[in-house]
Write a protein that binds this ligand. Structure first.
Ligand code: ATP
Ligand code: MG
Length: 332
């Protein structure tokens, strides 16, 4: 079976609607016909200053949310990044193959550093894409289901795989991005020209999947729409309405042109109401299941330990092979 791999960073509250529609949701059906590796990227979370207890809780809550979203630990390898030390072991070697110039061209780093400039940024944030490449390559993944914002990092990953293979002989699978055009970029509810993002969005611009139903409905009902009254899909002229149509289409399974027909003659309020119902219809059982799983911490941690053991079988092979190929003297 082809292998898919994707990790997601633990977050302070919960995953947001963009994470879910752009990435997580694809993870579920991919389990049917792929050898799936999924997990929580806790090491990546250290790139921003983080309260230790909070990181610990966020990591467990993240894992619970993956299962609540439909990741099945019986069929998939579900693990925590830091439980598989081979990720960081490979990361060093890949870092030594990455040009400083190439790393400096990562737009996500530039966006995140923003106006503050590089002086106040940490090196971990800068080398984040190299660790991400290691996450993927160490498991020999064929496909990586992510949102559009990860495309450039995936390109770097492919580049590093090819560079390593060319220099040291065939070692890594060169992975393909698995990005769905339709949902790869969910926009901010308050500024629909910007992507919904946990670091970039205002509280009202982003839907937290675990937030209470009333708040969630209120946010969706107060989403910014566009001038005019017509409900049509036009990302340039009507980014707000188009984003709502995208969200509704993803949850309802109704194609966007059919939604446009259904809403002909209706107002923005009707569309927002329908979107709020659709999102709440998913989020309510998702929240209940997550809370239930959080109540069974011991079982959850046992699942993660089994996942890490499985993940390490693959990862340790890769690291042993890589270390030998680059000429590191084996111990003994
Ligand atoms: P940050 O702002 O810190 O980068 P984020 O909101 O982008 O956070 P990540 O943890 O970086 O969230 O991303 C997790 C997954 O969700 C990735 O696969 C990413 O591509 C996807 N994703 C993030 N935001 C969106 C979005 N607005 N639309 C679609 N997919 C998204
Ligand atoms: Mg991101």
């Amino acid at each position: 079976l082809p292998r898919v791999l994707s990790l997601i960073q633990p977050t302070a509250q919960s995953f947001h609607l963009g994470n879910y529609l752009g990435a997580l949701r694809q993870w579920v059906p991919l389990q049917d016909d792929h050898d799936a590796f999924y997990g929580i990227a806790d090491l990546h979370a250290l790139t921003v200053e983080m309260d230790p207890q909070e990181l610990h809780d966020n990591t467990l809550r993240g894992a619970a949310q993956l299962i609540a979203a439909g990741v099945d630990p019986e069929r998939s390898t579900l693990f925590i990044q830091s439980h598989v030390p081979e990720h960081t072991q490979l990361s060093w070697v890949l870092g030594c193959l990455t040009g400083f110039g190439q790393a400096s061209r990562m737009t996500q780093f530039k966006d995140k550093v923003g106006k503050a400039g590089t002086e106040s940024a940490n090196v971990g944030l800068f080398t984040y894409p190299v660790l991400m490449a290691a996450d993927i390559l160490v498991h020999q993944a064929d496909q990586v289901p992510v949102g559009e914002d990860q495309r450039q990092h995936l390109e770097l990953t492919r580049d590093l795989a090819q560079r390593f293979n060319a220099r040291y002989g065939e070692t890594f699978v060169v992975p393909e991005p698995y990005i769905l055009k339709s949902v790869g970029k969910i926009q901010d509810l308050q500024d629909p020209t910007m992507k919904m993002s946990k670091t970039g969005s205002s509280p009202n611009g982003l839907v937290e999947l675990l937030e209470d139903e009333k708040k969630l409905v209120k946010k969706l009902k107060s989403a910014v729409t566009d001038s005019g009254r017509e409900i049509i899909f036009d990302e340039q002229a009507k980014p707000g309405v188009s984003n709502l149509l995208t969200i509704l289409s993803a949850f309802s399974g109704t194609a966007i042109p059919d939604l446009v027909d259904q809403f002909a003659g209706k107002g923005y309020g009707d569309l927002k109401g329908a979107v709020a119902d659709a999102v709440a219809g998913f989020a309510t059982p998702f929240r209940e299941r997550t809370l239930e799983l959080m109540g069974e911490r011991t079982e959850l941690q046992a699942i993660l330990a089994r996942g890490a053991a499985r993940a390490r079988e693959v990862a340790s092979k890769s690291v042993t092979e890589v270390y030998a190929k680059v000429g590191l003297l084996p111990p003994r």
